[in-house]
Design a protein around this ligand. Structure first.
Ligand code: BGC
Length: 763
């Protein structure tokens, strides 16, 4: 049988669960609730930045535990033969033959690498996001992976935090739409659907607000921010049917998220009715002791199970191994354990794992090689790019003159993929240089020079053990000669494409930064190329906003391509040469400098709003580029903004419509965005709030009327005084346009007020 043939359960699921449960010892139950990493890595010679374990001894330790029935789930396996072997070991080692659930970080693709998640969000295109994650799911399922630790739906408003790259940016509305699209992509029609895997939104909750942008550090969020900003994407993912959720590492308002009764029991289970299984982040149950919350590992295990944390993800020394003593000492009821075990058994049954635990390795190879998957990745990369500047319509390139491609990132296969990939085939990656050369064919001359050596982290990354930033031999790189060569090529070319950004290990988990500057000598290289007088197209590879103040004034064209994935270079060439138009929009506010962060568009209005842009005396406090911003090869005009009624009754809804016309002379894409502002009410409300969007492709002269619904879901907000959802009687300003500074507006009254109909607390 193959991975794609889901075997329907003939027996009643809960009967099978109960029959297994009644046969299980306490130790066997604890084993079901334990998930272990299985690292199969080449020997590591540098422990710095690595994990605090003996990596060489790790596989044998896991296999011994599995052979004794101590493993319910495994992670980090990705080879189908290895997965089958380990699965056999788990089943044989379990007295009741219970198979393992196999999880993995399928973040933005498995073999075929999609653009990074922040890029997917920049597409503002839920269909493309769903299609991309469906490909990732199909590949992962083919090798025997059942569940993705994704999507990351943490709101991030501080780009110093490296994991901003894994989410959808700063906005709860966009974040919710992207979260739901990813859940649909991973899971399809639901748990057990052929070629799909379980989605595991993470990290519940608030992780993106790490103090100072420092990964793992504490988070303090007000009631107002939690409910209005940080929780909505999780709720959207739960409503979309996510089968799992992962808890966060840090303290949330002083209580570790992984042992947080309010968060996990009251909000998630009681309030939202989440009935999937909950997993901790890696070592996060163990960390309940590190936080100074639990007294010891037994206490940690008892407290995690008591709040409904079903599965412990452990790198070493699982706390859940202490569950039998915790029950015996009366620290936790066996019934609480049983509830967790039931959820884990149920999910394995729903997946059909008892009947069909193994995968077909030949079939896996065929699925991973599917050329259709590469096409999905290429389309996604085309749709995610954001055109930040295009003075004098430098882009698209139409001439036949020579092109100089400059910068070390332009031809780095590994960096083009971005972080959080492990199963990619680096050789098949299309770099930007390759993409430009392929598209230029023999007709246009394309020369390349890196110009400078790569930049490095001060402190190494733990991910470097999977292959990092290849060091350049100090003597093998003549800095002066290389810079001269790059400048010479640019001087002799009709156009220079300069690629800058961060190396992929500078962004992601444990990759927070105290600055947003271009690492290394990239700015100097850019300035030297611009000085030649040759028109420059700046291509930016990034997962966070970088300091582009100089470029934004001195470089005519800037295209943000993020880390565009396996087909990235091909897609970038499609965009640069005008085969398709850029149409992505920023999912975050782009600051001028790191001193402005956190900065986000949907702030409230305060004293002297006219001076909002001059809050600092040494630098404007406005963004370099606003949330929702991005250009296209088309130009768009907005007309006839209307609300179909003068007043919305609380609980009722209105329709907003607007006509969008491409008044440019090329086909282009626009993301039409709807924002509201509440003029008065029981709380100060943000200056703008996104409440609808739609991406269009229009030919020159083509018009489209777009409609949006404004109803209770869009009007309600969490009132920190009432501790509840409310809809205020008020006057709403309604703005529609191509970014968060849209000027076309109208207004509509809202009548009747709180509490929002049909919305009880927490729901
Ligand atoms: C990360 C998670 C990830 C897990 C497993 C943790 O360090 O925070 O997001 O899923 O490792 O790799």
């Amino acid at each position: 049988m193959t991975a794609s043939q889901h075997v329907p359960q003939t027996e009643d699921l809960s009967e099978r669960v109960e029959s297994l449960l009644t046969q299980m010892t306490l130790a066997e139950k604890a084993g079901q609730l334990t998930q272990l990493f299985y690292f199969d890595l080449p020997p590591q010679d540098d422990a710095e930045g690595g994990l605090p374990i003996d990596l060489a001894a790790q596989p044998a330790m896991v296999e011994a535990t599995a052979a004794e029935g101590g493993v319910g789930s495994l992670l980090f396996l990705r080879d189908p033969a290895e997965i089958n072997r380990l699965q056999r070991l788990v089943i044989d080692g379990n007295r009741l033959g219970i198979p393992a659930l196999i999880g993995f970080d399928v973040i933005h693709g498995f073999r075929t690498i999609l653009p990074v998640p922040i890029a997917l969000a920049a597409s503002w295109d839920p269909d493309v996001i769903e299609a991309g994650q469906a490909v990732a799911a199909r590949e992962a399922r083919a090798v025997g992976i059942h569940w993705a630790f994704a999507p990351m739906v943490d709101i991030a408003r501080d780009p110093r935090w490296g994991r901003i790259i894994e989410g959808a940016g700063e906005d709860p509305y966009l974040g919710s739409a992207v979260a739901a699209a990813q859940v649909r992509g991973f899971q399809g029609s639901g748990i057990g659907a052929p070629d799909r895997i379980i989605a595991g939104p993470k990290h519940f909750a608030g992780y993106g607000a790490a103090l100072g942008g420092r990964d793992y550090d504490e988070v303090n969020l007000s009631d107002y921010e939690l409910w209005n900003v940080y929780l909505p994407p999780f709720h959207a993912a739960v409503k979309a049917g996510a089968g799992n959720l992962m808890t966060a590492y840090m303290d949330l308002n002083g209580i570790p998220a992984t042992g947080n009764h309010w968060l996990l029991a009251e909000v998630l289970r009681d309030g939202w009715g989440f009935d999937g299984f909950l997993v901790s982040d890696a070592q996060a149950v163990h960390n309940l002791v590190t936080h100074g919350f639990a007294a010891d590992l037994t206490d940690a295990a008892a407290r995690a199970v008591s709040v409904g944390l079903d599965l412990e993800m452990a790198i070493h020394d699982p706390a859940y191994a202490h569950l039998p003593e915790a029950v015996e000492q009366g620290l936790v009821d066996e019934e609480a354990l049983d509830t967790c075990v039931r959820r884990m058994l149920a999910v394995k049954l729903k997946l059909g794992l008892f009947d069909d635990p193994f995968v077909d390795e030949d079939q896996a190879r065929t699925v991973l090689a599917d050329p259709g998957h590469r096409e999905v990745a290429r389309t996604a990369a085309q749709r995610t790019a954001v055109l930040l500047r295009n003075e004098g319509d430098v882009l698209p390139l139409t001439g036949r003159g020579a092109i100089a491609v400059v910068g070390p990132l332009a031809d780095s296969k590994r960096d083009t993929l971005g972080p959080w990939v492990f199963e990619h085939d680096v050789e098949e990656t299309v770099t930007i240089l390759r993409g430009i050369r392929d598209r230029a064919g023999g007709e246009v001359r394309v020369d390349y020079a890196p110009g400078i050596r790569p930049a490095y982290r001060v402190f190494p990354s733990m991910f470097d053990m999977f292959g990092g930033n290849t060091p350049v031999e100090p003597d093998a790189f003549d800095d002066k000669a290389e810079l001269d060569r790059a400048v010479g090529l640019a001087a002799g070319a009709a156009v220079a494409v300069v690629v800058v950004g961060e190396w992929q290990n500078m962004i992601g988990e444990a990759a927070s930064r105290s600055s947003l500057e271009l690492p290394g000598d990239q700015l100097a290289l850019l300035k030297a190329v611009v000085d030649t007088g040759t028109p420059v197209v700046l291509v930016v590879m990034n997962g966070r906003p970088l300091d582009l103040r100089w470029a934004s004034e001195n470089v005519p064209a800037i295209l943000d391509v993020w880390y565009p994935g396996s087909q990235g270079g091909a897609a970038v060439a499609d965009l640069i040469f005008g085969e398709v138009s850029p149409g992505g929009k920023l999912p975050f506010t782009w600051p001028r400098t790191v001193g402005q962060v956190p900065i986000y568009y949907n702030h409230t209005i305060s004293h002297e709003p006219a001076n909002q842009g001059r809050r600092y005396w040494d630098e404007e406090s406005t963004p370099l580029y606003p949330f929702g911003y991005g250009l296209s090869y088309g130009r768009f005009q907005y007309d006839d903004l209307r609300v179909d009624q003068d007043r919305i009754q609380s609980g009722g809804e209105a329709t907003v419509s607007v006509t969008v016309t491409n008044v440019g002379d090329r086909r282009g894409d626009e993301v039409v965005q709807l924002y509201i502002h509440q003029r008065h009410g029981a709380s100060s409300r943000p200056v703008r709030e996104l409440k609808g969007f739609e991406r269009l492709s229009l030919d020159p002269g083509e018009s489209r009327t777009v409609t949006f619904r404004l109803g209770p879901d869009e009007l309600r907000y969490w009132n920190a005084g009432a501790h509840d959802w409310v809809v205020d009687a008020t006057e709403l300003d309604v703005y529609v346009g191509g970014d968060s500074t849209a000027s076309l507006s109208t207004s509509v009254a809202v009548e009747g007020s709180t509490p929002a109909p049909g919305q009880s607390r927490g729901a």
